[in-house]
Write a protein that binds this ligand. Structure first.
Ligand SMILES: [Ca+2]
Ligand SMILES: [Ca+2]
Length: 554
Protein backbone atom coordinates (compact mmCIF):
# COMPACT_ATOMS: atom_id res chain seq x y z
CA UNK A 1 0.00 0.00 0.00
CA UNK A 2 1.72 3.16 -1.11
CA UNK A 3 0.15 5.73 1.07
CA UNK A 4 2.53 7.75 3.08
CA UNK A 5 0.06 10.13 4.63
CA UNK A 6 -1.55 8.13 7.32
CA UNK A 7 -5.14 9.06 6.71
CA UNK A 8 -7.68 6.83 5.09
CA UNK A 9 -9.56 9.51 3.20
CA UNK A 10 -6.73 11.36 1.58
CA UNK A 11 -6.17 14.99 0.90
CA UNK A 12 -5.85 16.70 -2.41
CA UNK A 13 -3.42 19.45 -3.15
CA UNK A 14 -4.88 22.83 -2.51
CA UNK A 15 -2.94 25.26 -4.53
CA UNK A 16 -0.75 25.36 -7.55
CA UNK A 17 2.36 23.34 -7.16
CA UNK A 18 5.77 24.62 -7.92
CA UNK A 19 7.54 22.69 -10.60
CA UNK A 20 11.05 21.99 -9.42
CA UNK A 21 13.75 22.17 -11.97
CA UNK A 22 16.06 19.35 -11.11
CA UNK A 23 18.73 18.41 -13.50
CA UNK A 24 21.10 16.21 -11.52
CA UNK A 25 20.39 13.32 -9.18
CA UNK A 26 20.59 13.83 -5.45
CA UNK A 27 22.56 11.73 -3.00
CA UNK A 28 22.88 11.56 0.75
CA UNK A 29 26.68 11.72 0.86
CA UNK A 30 28.24 10.53 4.13
CA UNK A 31 31.46 11.84 5.65
CA UNK A 32 34.08 9.86 7.56
CA UNK A 33 34.44 12.14 10.57
CA UNK A 34 33.95 15.53 12.15
CA UNK A 35 37.60 16.10 12.92
CA UNK A 36 39.00 19.61 13.20
CA UNK A 37 35.61 20.84 14.31
CA UNK A 38 35.63 24.36 15.71
CA UNK A 39 32.89 23.30 18.12
CA UNK A 40 33.24 21.88 21.60
CA UNK A 41 30.90 19.72 23.67
CA UNK A 42 31.39 22.09 26.62
CA UNK A 43 30.16 25.06 24.58
CA UNK A 44 26.92 23.64 23.19
CA UNK A 45 25.09 26.94 22.74
CA UNK A 46 27.45 27.72 19.87
CA UNK A 47 25.62 25.13 17.78
CA UNK A 48 22.38 24.33 19.65
CA UNK A 49 19.72 26.65 21.02
CA UNK A 50 19.60 27.14 24.78
CA UNK A 51 16.28 25.33 24.71
CA UNK A 52 17.85 22.31 22.99
CA UNK A 53 20.66 22.26 25.54
CA UNK A 54 18.20 22.57 28.43
CA UNK A 55 16.10 19.67 27.15
CA UNK A 56 19.19 17.45 27.14
CA UNK A 57 20.36 18.66 30.55
CA UNK A 58 16.97 18.02 32.14
CA UNK A 59 17.12 14.40 30.99
CA UNK A 60 20.85 13.84 31.67
CA UNK A 61 21.60 13.48 27.97
CA UNK A 62 25.17 14.50 27.14
CA UNK A 63 26.01 16.70 24.17
CA UNK A 64 28.32 14.70 21.91
CA UNK A 65 30.18 15.20 18.64
CA UNK A 66 27.10 13.69 16.98
CA UNK A 67 25.43 17.03 17.77
CA UNK A 68 28.18 19.03 16.04
CA UNK A 69 27.41 20.59 12.70
CA UNK A 70 29.21 18.85 9.84
CA UNK A 71 32.67 20.06 8.95
CA UNK A 72 32.18 23.28 6.97
CA UNK A 73 35.37 22.56 5.04
CA UNK A 74 33.85 19.33 3.70
CA UNK A 75 30.79 21.19 2.45
CA UNK A 76 33.06 23.79 0.89
CA UNK A 77 35.03 21.08 -0.91
CA UNK A 78 31.84 19.63 -2.37
CA UNK A 79 30.70 23.05 -3.53
CA UNK A 80 34.13 23.66 -5.08
CA UNK A 81 33.53 20.66 -7.30
CA UNK A 82 30.38 22.40 -8.56
CA UNK A 83 27.91 20.10 -6.79
CA UNK A 84 25.04 21.65 -4.87
CA UNK A 85 24.74 21.11 -1.12
CA UNK A 86 21.02 21.10 -0.31
CA UNK A 87 21.05 20.30 3.42
CA UNK A 88 23.81 19.07 5.70
CA UNK A 89 22.97 16.45 8.34
CA UNK A 90 24.60 16.47 11.78
CA UNK A 91 23.24 13.13 12.90
CA UNK A 92 24.18 11.10 9.81
CA UNK A 93 27.30 13.30 9.30
CA UNK A 94 26.86 14.09 5.65
CA UNK A 95 24.87 16.17 3.25
CA UNK A 96 22.11 15.90 0.72
CA UNK A 97 23.97 16.78 -2.47
CA UNK A 98 22.87 17.36 -6.06
CA UNK A 99 25.64 16.22 -8.38
CA UNK A 100 26.31 15.16 -11.97
CA UNK A 101 28.03 11.84 -12.60
CA UNK A 102 31.34 13.62 -13.15
CA UNK A 103 30.93 15.66 -9.95
CA UNK A 104 30.03 12.53 -8.02
CA UNK A 105 33.19 10.84 -9.19
CA UNK A 106 35.19 13.76 -7.82
CA UNK A 107 33.24 13.70 -4.53
CA UNK A 108 34.06 10.03 -4.14
CA UNK A 109 37.75 10.87 -4.43
CA UNK A 110 37.63 13.36 -1.55
CA UNK A 111 39.57 12.15 1.51
CA UNK A 112 36.62 12.53 3.87
CA UNK A 113 34.13 10.68 1.62
CA UNK A 114 32.68 7.66 3.38
CA UNK A 115 29.85 6.52 1.16
CA UNK A 116 26.36 7.17 -0.12
CA UNK A 117 23.28 6.25 1.84
CA UNK A 118 21.45 3.37 0.09
CA UNK A 119 24.31 3.42 -2.42
CA UNK A 120 21.75 4.97 -4.74
CA UNK A 121 20.47 8.38 -5.79
CA UNK A 122 17.25 9.74 -4.38
CA UNK A 123 15.04 12.35 -5.97
CA UNK A 124 12.38 14.78 -5.07
CA UNK A 125 9.43 13.54 -7.10
CA UNK A 126 8.32 16.40 -9.27
CA UNK A 127 5.66 15.03 -11.58
CA UNK A 128 2.13 14.17 -10.71
CA UNK A 129 1.84 10.50 -9.95
CA UNK A 130 -1.11 8.49 -8.77
CA UNK A 131 0.59 7.81 -5.44
CA UNK A 132 -2.12 9.42 -3.41
CA UNK A 133 -5.83 9.37 -4.04
CA UNK A 134 -7.06 12.94 -4.00
CA UNK A 135 -10.46 12.96 -2.48
CA UNK A 136 -11.81 15.53 -0.13
CA UNK A 137 -12.16 14.52 3.49
CA UNK A 138 -15.65 13.33 4.17
CA UNK A 139 -17.86 15.22 6.51
CA UNK A 140 -19.80 12.71 8.50
CA UNK A 141 -21.86 13.74 11.46
CA UNK A 142 -20.94 12.08 14.71
CA UNK A 143 -24.25 12.48 16.44
CA UNK A 144 -22.68 13.54 19.71
CA UNK A 145 -23.93 16.60 21.49
CA UNK A 146 -22.79 15.74 24.99
CA UNK A 147 -20.41 18.52 25.63
CA UNK A 148 -20.24 22.11 24.64
CA UNK A 149 -16.82 23.23 25.81
CA UNK A 150 -14.86 21.02 23.43
CA UNK A 151 -17.61 21.08 20.83
CA UNK A 152 -17.38 18.29 18.31
CA UNK A 153 -14.02 17.16 19.68
CA UNK A 154 -15.48 16.36 23.09
CA UNK A 155 -15.95 12.64 22.58
CA UNK A 156 -12.42 11.93 21.38
CA UNK A 157 -10.92 13.97 24.24
CA UNK A 158 -13.25 12.58 26.91
CA UNK A 159 -11.97 9.04 26.25
CA UNK A 160 -8.58 10.20 27.54
CA UNK A 161 -9.93 12.55 30.25
CA UNK A 162 -7.99 15.39 28.70
CA UNK A 163 -10.23 17.93 30.43
CA UNK A 164 -8.80 16.97 33.81
CA UNK A 165 -5.35 18.32 32.98
CA UNK A 166 -6.76 21.29 31.06
CA UNK A 167 -8.79 22.29 34.11
CA UNK A 168 -5.65 22.20 36.22
CA UNK A 169 -4.09 24.64 33.80
CA UNK A 170 -1.91 22.29 31.76
CA UNK A 171 -2.81 23.23 28.24
CA UNK A 172 0.60 23.06 26.61
CA UNK A 173 2.06 26.44 27.56
CA UNK A 174 5.76 26.66 26.82
CA UNK A 175 5.84 23.17 25.29
CA UNK A 176 7.23 23.16 21.75
CA UNK A 177 5.72 20.68 19.31
CA UNK A 178 7.17 20.15 15.83
CA UNK A 179 4.81 18.75 13.20
CA UNK A 180 6.29 17.06 10.12
CA UNK A 181 3.68 16.78 7.38
CA UNK A 182 2.69 17.51 3.77
CA UNK A 183 1.62 21.12 4.23
CA UNK A 184 -0.55 23.34 6.35
CA UNK A 185 -2.79 25.03 3.78
CA UNK A 186 -4.87 27.84 5.26
CA UNK A 187 -3.22 27.38 8.64
CA UNK A 188 -2.56 31.10 8.37
CA UNK A 189 -6.26 31.87 7.91
CA UNK A 190 -8.54 29.44 9.74
CA UNK A 191 -10.31 30.86 12.78
CA UNK A 192 -9.54 27.86 14.97
CA UNK A 193 -5.85 28.85 14.91
CA UNK A 194 -6.56 32.55 15.52
CA UNK A 195 -5.49 32.42 19.16
CA UNK A 196 -2.29 30.61 18.20
CA UNK A 197 -1.49 33.32 15.65
CA UNK A 198 -2.46 36.18 17.95
CA UNK A 199 -0.22 34.80 20.69
CA UNK A 200 2.62 34.26 18.18
CA UNK A 201 3.06 30.63 19.15
CA UNK A 202 4.08 29.53 15.65
CA UNK A 203 7.79 29.94 16.04
CA UNK A 204 9.34 28.21 13.03
CA UNK A 205 8.32 26.95 9.60
CA UNK A 206 10.17 25.41 6.67
CA UNK A 207 9.24 23.59 3.49
CA UNK A 208 11.94 20.97 3.00
CA UNK A 209 10.28 19.55 -0.14
CA UNK A 210 9.66 22.52 -2.42
CA UNK A 211 12.06 24.76 -0.49
CA UNK A 212 9.93 27.75 -1.44
CA UNK A 213 9.64 29.24 2.02
CA UNK A 214 5.90 28.64 2.11
CA UNK A 215 4.17 25.92 4.14
CA UNK A 216 0.70 27.12 3.18
CA UNK A 217 0.78 26.37 -0.58
CA UNK A 218 1.11 22.59 -0.41
CA UNK A 219 -1.22 19.97 1.09
CA UNK A 220 -3.61 20.36 4.00
CA UNK A 221 -3.15 17.02 5.71
CA UNK A 222 -0.91 18.84 8.19
CA UNK A 223 -3.70 21.32 8.88
CA UNK A 224 -6.08 18.48 9.81
CA UNK A 225 -3.41 16.82 11.94
CA UNK A 226 -2.45 20.03 13.74
CA UNK A 227 -6.06 20.92 14.49
CA UNK A 228 -6.38 17.96 16.86
CA UNK A 229 -3.58 19.47 18.98
CA UNK A 230 -3.78 23.20 18.44
CA UNK A 231 -7.34 24.21 17.53
CA UNK A 232 -9.03 26.57 19.94
CA UNK A 233 -12.58 27.52 19.14
CA UNK A 234 -14.64 26.66 22.22
CA UNK A 235 -18.00 25.16 21.37
CA UNK A 236 -16.68 23.82 18.08
CA UNK A 237 -13.22 22.34 18.33
CA UNK A 238 -10.48 22.41 20.95
CA UNK A 239 -7.25 20.42 20.62
CA UNK A 240 -5.36 18.45 23.24
CA UNK A 241 -2.57 21.02 23.80
CA UNK A 242 -4.11 24.20 22.46
CA UNK A 243 -1.68 26.51 24.27
CA UNK A 244 1.50 24.87 22.97
CA UNK A 245 4.00 26.49 20.62
CA UNK A 246 4.65 24.99 17.21
CA UNK A 247 7.26 24.42 14.52
CA UNK A 248 5.72 23.32 11.22
CA UNK A 249 7.77 21.49 8.62
CA UNK A 250 6.81 20.21 5.19
CA UNK A 251 8.70 16.95 4.65
CA UNK A 252 6.12 14.92 2.76
CA UNK A 253 5.74 15.23 -1.01
CA UNK A 254 2.18 14.84 -2.23
CA UNK A 255 3.13 13.60 -5.65
CA UNK A 256 4.24 10.14 -4.75
CA UNK A 257 6.47 8.23 -2.41
CA UNK A 258 10.21 8.23 -2.57
CA UNK A 259 13.10 7.69 -0.16
CA UNK A 260 13.75 11.42 -0.52
CA UNK A 261 10.95 12.04 1.96
CA UNK A 262 12.79 10.00 4.56
CA UNK A 263 15.71 12.35 4.13
CA UNK A 264 13.55 15.49 4.42
CA UNK A 265 12.13 13.93 7.60
CA UNK A 266 15.69 13.61 8.94
CA UNK A 267 16.48 17.24 8.07
CA UNK A 268 13.31 18.49 9.76
CA UNK A 269 13.93 16.42 12.88
CA UNK A 270 17.44 17.89 13.18
CA UNK A 271 15.99 21.37 12.85
CA UNK A 272 13.35 20.59 15.49
CA UNK A 273 16.14 19.38 17.77
CA UNK A 274 18.23 22.52 17.24
CA UNK A 275 15.22 24.65 18.05
CA UNK A 276 14.63 22.74 21.28
CA UNK A 277 11.39 20.98 20.37
CA UNK A 278 9.95 18.80 23.13
CA UNK A 279 7.66 16.71 20.95
CA UNK A 280 7.66 15.73 17.28
CA UNK A 281 4.44 14.57 15.67
CA UNK A 282 4.78 12.63 12.45
CA UNK A 283 1.59 11.32 10.88
CA UNK A 284 3.73 9.80 8.16
CA UNK A 285 5.12 6.41 7.36
CA UNK A 286 7.20 4.73 4.70
CA UNK A 287 6.94 1.21 3.32
CA UNK A 288 7.13 0.90 -0.46
CA UNK A 289 7.67 3.58 -3.07
CA UNK A 290 6.35 4.83 -6.41
CA UNK A 291 7.47 5.03 -10.00
CA UNK A 292 11.22 4.59 -10.48
CA UNK A 293 11.61 3.97 -6.75
CA UNK A 294 9.16 1.07 -6.77
CA UNK A 295 11.93 -1.50 -6.91
CA UNK A 296 13.58 -3.92 -4.51
CA UNK A 297 16.56 -1.57 -4.31
CA UNK A 298 14.45 1.09 -2.63
CA UNK A 299 11.28 -0.59 -1.32
CA UNK A 300 11.18 -1.66 2.29
CA UNK A 301 10.06 -5.07 3.44
CA UNK A 302 8.57 -6.06 6.78
CA UNK A 303 12.00 -7.35 7.75
CA UNK A 304 13.34 -3.77 7.46
CA UNK A 305 10.82 -2.66 10.09
CA UNK A 306 13.18 -3.42 12.96
CA UNK A 307 13.49 0.22 13.99
CA UNK A 308 17.10 0.47 12.93
CA UNK A 309 17.26 0.02 9.20
CA UNK A 310 15.41 2.68 7.20
CA UNK A 311 16.73 6.23 6.96
CA UNK A 312 13.64 7.67 8.59
CA UNK A 313 13.74 5.20 11.48
CA UNK A 314 17.40 5.90 12.13
CA UNK A 315 16.54 9.62 12.05
CA UNK A 316 13.70 9.10 14.53
CA UNK A 317 15.99 7.04 16.74
CA UNK A 318 18.50 9.87 16.86
CA UNK A 319 15.68 12.29 17.75
CA UNK A 320 14.56 10.14 20.68
CA UNK A 321 18.16 9.82 21.88
CA UNK A 322 18.36 13.61 21.99
CA UNK A 323 15.42 13.57 24.40
CA UNK A 324 12.65 14.46 21.98
CA UNK A 325 9.35 12.66 22.48
CA UNK A 326 8.65 11.41 18.96
CA UNK A 327 5.04 10.43 18.25
CA UNK A 328 4.34 8.54 15.03
CA UNK A 329 1.20 7.10 13.45
CA UNK A 330 1.21 3.31 13.26
CA UNK A 331 -0.06 3.35 9.66
CA UNK A 332 -3.30 2.48 7.91
CA UNK A 333 -2.38 -0.90 6.53
CA UNK A 334 -4.27 -3.06 9.03
CA UNK A 335 -6.70 -4.27 6.39
CA UNK A 336 -4.40 -4.67 3.44
CA UNK A 337 -1.47 -6.81 2.39
CA UNK A 338 1.29 -4.81 4.13
CA UNK A 339 -0.66 -5.06 7.39
CA UNK A 340 2.23 -4.00 9.68
CA UNK A 341 3.43 -0.68 11.00
CA UNK A 342 5.62 1.41 8.69
CA UNK A 343 8.78 3.41 9.32
CA UNK A 344 9.51 5.21 11.63
CA UNK A 345 6.65 3.70 13.68
CA UNK A 346 8.90 0.64 14.02
CA UNK A 347 11.40 2.38 16.33
CA UNK A 348 11.26 1.04 19.89
CA UNK A 349 11.74 4.46 21.54
CA UNK A 350 9.14 6.18 19.33
CA UNK A 351 5.60 6.46 20.74
CA UNK A 352 3.66 4.63 18.03
CA UNK A 353 -0.06 5.32 17.92
CA UNK A 354 -2.80 3.05 16.62
CA UNK A 355 -6.41 3.90 15.88
CA UNK A 356 -9.60 2.99 17.72
CA UNK A 357 -13.29 3.50 17.24
CA UNK A 358 -15.21 5.62 19.73
CA UNK A 359 -15.78 2.60 21.97
CA UNK A 360 -12.00 2.07 22.24
CA UNK A 361 -12.24 -1.00 20.02
CA UNK A 362 -9.67 -1.67 17.30
CA UNK A 363 -10.29 0.26 14.07
CA UNK A 364 -9.52 -2.23 11.33
CA UNK A 365 -7.48 0.23 9.28
CA UNK A 366 -4.85 0.53 12.01
CA UNK A 367 -1.50 -1.11 11.19
CA UNK A 368 -0.42 -3.82 13.56
CA UNK A 369 2.76 -4.89 15.30
CA UNK A 370 5.10 -6.15 16.41
CA UNK A 371 8.06 -4.63 14.61
CA UNK A 372 10.24 -7.17 12.85
CA UNK A 373 12.55 -7.37 15.87
CA UNK A 374 9.59 -8.50 17.97
CA UNK A 375 9.02 -5.23 19.85
CA UNK A 376 5.35 -4.72 20.67
CA UNK A 377 3.74 -2.02 18.54
CA UNK A 378 1.75 0.17 18.50
CA UNK A 379 2.37 1.61 21.97
CA UNK A 380 -0.93 3.36 22.61
CA UNK A 381 -4.03 4.31 20.63
CA UNK A 382 -6.63 7.03 20.26
CA UNK A 383 -9.72 7.63 18.14
CA UNK A 384 -8.76 7.33 14.48
CA UNK A 385 -12.06 6.35 12.91
CA UNK A 386 -14.17 9.44 12.53
CA UNK A 387 -11.78 11.72 14.41
CA UNK A 388 -13.09 15.27 14.38
CA UNK A 389 -10.53 17.49 12.67
CA UNK A 390 -10.46 21.11 11.64
CA UNK A 391 -10.76 21.53 7.89
CA UNK A 392 -9.75 23.96 5.16
CA UNK A 393 -12.93 25.97 5.42
CA UNK A 394 -12.47 26.65 9.10
CA UNK A 395 -15.10 24.05 9.99
CA UNK A 396 -14.82 20.42 11.00
CA UNK A 397 -14.60 17.14 9.11
CA UNK A 398 -14.25 13.51 10.09
CA UNK A 399 -10.81 12.05 9.59
CA UNK A 400 -10.01 8.37 9.20
CA UNK A 401 -6.56 7.10 9.93
CA UNK A 402 -3.78 6.89 12.44
CA UNK A 403 -2.83 10.33 11.08
CA UNK A 404 -5.42 11.75 13.42
CA UNK A 405 -4.97 9.51 16.44
CA UNK A 406 -1.23 10.25 16.71
CA UNK A 407 -1.41 14.05 17.05
CA UNK A 408 -4.05 13.79 19.77
CA UNK A 409 -1.51 11.70 21.68
CA UNK A 410 1.28 14.17 20.85
CA UNK A 411 -0.78 16.89 22.55
CA UNK A 412 -1.67 14.61 25.45
CA UNK A 413 2.03 13.77 25.93
CA UNK A 414 2.88 17.49 25.83
CA UNK A 415 0.42 18.48 28.57
CA UNK A 416 1.37 15.50 30.74
CA UNK A 417 5.04 16.44 30.37
CA UNK A 418 4.16 20.05 31.17
CA UNK A 419 2.52 18.85 34.39
CA UNK A 420 5.46 16.56 35.26
CA UNK A 421 8.49 18.38 33.88
CA UNK A 422 10.91 16.23 35.87
CA UNK A 423 10.11 13.19 33.71
CA UNK A 424 12.21 12.22 30.70
CA UNK A 425 10.54 11.76 27.34
CA UNK A 426 10.80 7.98 27.72
CA UNK A 427 9.22 8.17 31.19
CA UNK A 428 6.29 10.15 29.77
CA UNK A 429 5.85 7.35 27.23
CA UNK A 430 6.00 4.75 30.00
CA UNK A 431 3.37 6.60 32.04
CA UNK A 432 1.03 6.99 29.07
CA UNK A 433 1.32 3.30 28.25
CA UNK A 434 0.68 2.27 31.82
CA UNK A 435 -2.45 4.43 31.90
CA UNK A 436 -3.90 2.71 28.82
CA UNK A 437 -7.15 0.80 28.97
CA UNK A 438 -5.31 -2.37 27.89
CA UNK A 439 -2.37 -1.91 30.26
CA UNK A 440 -3.03 -5.32 31.83
CA UNK A 441 -3.32 -7.09 28.49
CA UNK A 442 -1.39 -5.14 25.84
CA UNK A 443 -1.53 -6.49 22.29
CA UNK A 444 -0.22 -5.82 18.81
CA UNK A 445 -3.41 -4.16 17.60
CA UNK A 446 -3.74 -1.27 20.06
CA UNK A 447 -0.70 -1.68 22.28
CA UNK A 448 -1.54 -0.50 25.78
CA UNK A 449 -4.75 1.03 24.47
CA UNK A 450 -6.19 4.48 24.99
CA UNK A 451 -4.31 6.46 27.69
CA UNK A 452 -6.21 8.07 30.54
CA UNK A 453 -4.80 11.32 31.91
CA UNK A 454 -6.34 10.93 35.36
CA UNK A 455 -4.64 7.56 35.76
CA UNK A 456 -1.47 8.90 34.15
CA UNK A 457 -1.19 11.64 36.78
CA UNK A 458 -1.54 9.06 39.55
CA UNK A 459 1.15 6.87 37.99
CA UNK A 460 3.51 9.81 37.47
CA UNK A 461 2.90 11.02 41.02
CA UNK A 462 3.41 7.59 42.57
CA UNK A 463 6.38 6.46 40.56
CA UNK A 464 8.29 9.59 39.63
CA UNK A 465 7.37 12.54 41.81
CA UNK A 466 10.33 12.14 44.20
CA UNK A 467 12.84 12.38 41.39
CA UNK A 468 12.47 16.10 40.77
CA UNK A 469 13.86 18.49 43.37
CA UNK A 470 11.83 21.58 44.12
CA UNK A 471 14.54 23.71 42.57
CA UNK A 472 14.24 21.82 39.29
CA UNK A 473 10.48 21.95 39.45
CA UNK A 474 10.46 25.68 40.10
CA UNK A 475 12.48 26.10 36.91
CA UNK A 476 9.41 25.09 34.95
CA UNK A 477 7.08 27.65 36.50
CA UNK A 478 5.81 29.81 33.65
CA UNK A 479 4.81 33.46 34.02
CA UNK A 480 2.36 34.89 31.48
CA UNK A 481 1.47 37.21 29.88
CA UNK A 482 4.56 39.29 29.48
CA UNK A 483 4.23 42.22 29.02
CA UNK A 484 1.27 42.32 31.38
CA UNK A 485 -1.67 44.61 31.91
CA UNK A 486 -4.10 43.78 34.72
CA UNK A 487 -2.60 40.56 36.02
CA UNK A 488 0.11 37.95 35.60
CA UNK A 489 -0.40 34.23 36.07
CA UNK A 490 2.13 31.68 37.26
CA UNK A 491 1.55 28.21 35.85
CA UNK A 492 2.86 25.69 38.36
CA UNK A 493 3.96 22.11 37.62
CA UNK A 494 1.70 19.39 38.95
CA UNK A 495 4.30 18.14 41.43
CA UNK A 496 4.40 21.49 43.23
CA UNK A 497 0.65 21.87 43.52
CA UNK A 498 -0.47 21.89 47.16
CA UNK A 499 2.95 22.99 48.49
CA UNK A 500 3.24 26.08 50.66
CA UNK A 501 5.05 28.86 48.86
CA UNK A 502 5.99 32.42 49.50
CA UNK A 503 5.18 34.58 46.48
CA UNK A 504 6.61 38.09 46.43
CA UNK A 505 6.38 40.89 43.92
CA UNK A 506 9.24 43.41 43.70
CA UNK A 507 9.77 46.58 41.71
CA UNK A 508 13.02 46.82 39.75
CA UNK A 509 14.32 49.07 42.55
CA UNK A 510 14.04 46.12 44.94
CA UNK A 511 11.08 47.57 46.86
CA UNK A 512 8.59 44.89 47.91
CA UNK A 513 5.18 45.56 46.41
CA UNK A 514 3.46 42.49 47.77
CA UNK A 515 4.39 39.31 49.61
CA UNK A 516 2.17 36.46 50.74
CA UNK A 517 2.29 32.82 51.73
CA UNK A 518 0.00 30.64 49.64
CA UNK A 519 -0.72 27.02 48.96
CA UNK A 520 0.19 26.58 45.28
CA UNK A 521 -2.57 25.84 42.80
CA UNK A 522 -1.97 25.07 39.13
CA UNK A 523 -2.52 28.76 38.40
CA UNK A 524 -1.46 31.54 40.73
CA UNK A 525 -2.68 34.96 39.64
CA UNK A 526 -1.25 38.28 40.83
CA UNK A 527 -3.14 41.53 40.18
CA UNK A 528 -0.93 44.08 38.45
CA UNK A 529 -3.50 46.65 37.33
CA UNK A 530 -2.50 49.14 40.01
CA UNK A 531 1.24 49.01 39.21
CA UNK A 532 3.08 51.77 37.39
CA UNK A 533 4.66 50.82 34.06
CA UNK A 534 8.06 49.20 34.25
CA UNK A 535 10.03 46.06 35.09
CA UNK A 536 8.92 43.87 38.03
CA UNK A 537 10.19 40.68 39.61
CA UNK A 538 8.16 37.81 41.04
CA UNK A 539 9.93 35.51 43.51
CA UNK A 540 8.47 32.10 44.27
CA UNK A 541 9.97 30.39 47.27
CA UNK A 542 9.24 26.77 48.25
CA UNK A 543 11.14 25.56 51.32
CA UNK A 544 14.70 26.72 50.71
CA UNK A 545 14.40 26.81 46.93
CA UNK A 546 13.45 29.94 45.05
CA UNK A 547 13.01 31.24 41.56
CA UNK A 548 12.66 34.79 40.33
CA UNK A 549 10.78 35.66 37.15
CA UNK A 550 10.66 39.04 35.44
CA UNK A 551 7.87 40.80 33.62
CA UNK A 552 7.12 44.19 32.14
CA UNK A 553 4.02 46.10 33.24
CA UNK A 554 2.77 48.12 30.30
CA1 LIG B 1 5.57 25.18 -0.17
CA1 LIG C 1 4.89 11.31 -0.57
Amino acid sequence: MKKTLLLAACSFVLAQVTAFAQSNPRYLVLFKDKTNSTYRVDKPTEFLSQRAVDRRKKQNIPVTTNDFPVNAGYLFAIRQIGAKVIYPTRWFNGALVEASDAQLTQIKALPFYKGIELNLPVANITSKSPGIARTAATNRKLGTTEDIDYGKMNAQLALMEVADLHKKGFQGENMLIAILDNGFARGDEVAYFKQLRDEKRLIDTHDFVARDGNIYNDGFHGLNVMSTIAAYQPGTLVGTAFKASFALYVTENNFGESPYEEITWLMAAERADSLGADVINSSLGYTTFDDEFDSPAYNHTYKDMDGKTTIVSRAARYATRKGILVVNSAGNDGSNSWKYIGAPADVDSVLTVGATNYDRSYASLSSIGPNSAGVRKPDVSAVGAGTVVGDLNGGTSSGYGTSFSAPQIAGVAAILWQAFPNLTAQQVIYVLKKSGHLAATPDNLLGYGVPNLVKAQEIAQNEFAPLGTEGELLSSVVLSPNPAQDEVTLTVPQTLIGKMANVSLFAASGATVHSAAARLAAKHTIATGQLASGLYLVRVKVDNQERTLKFIKR
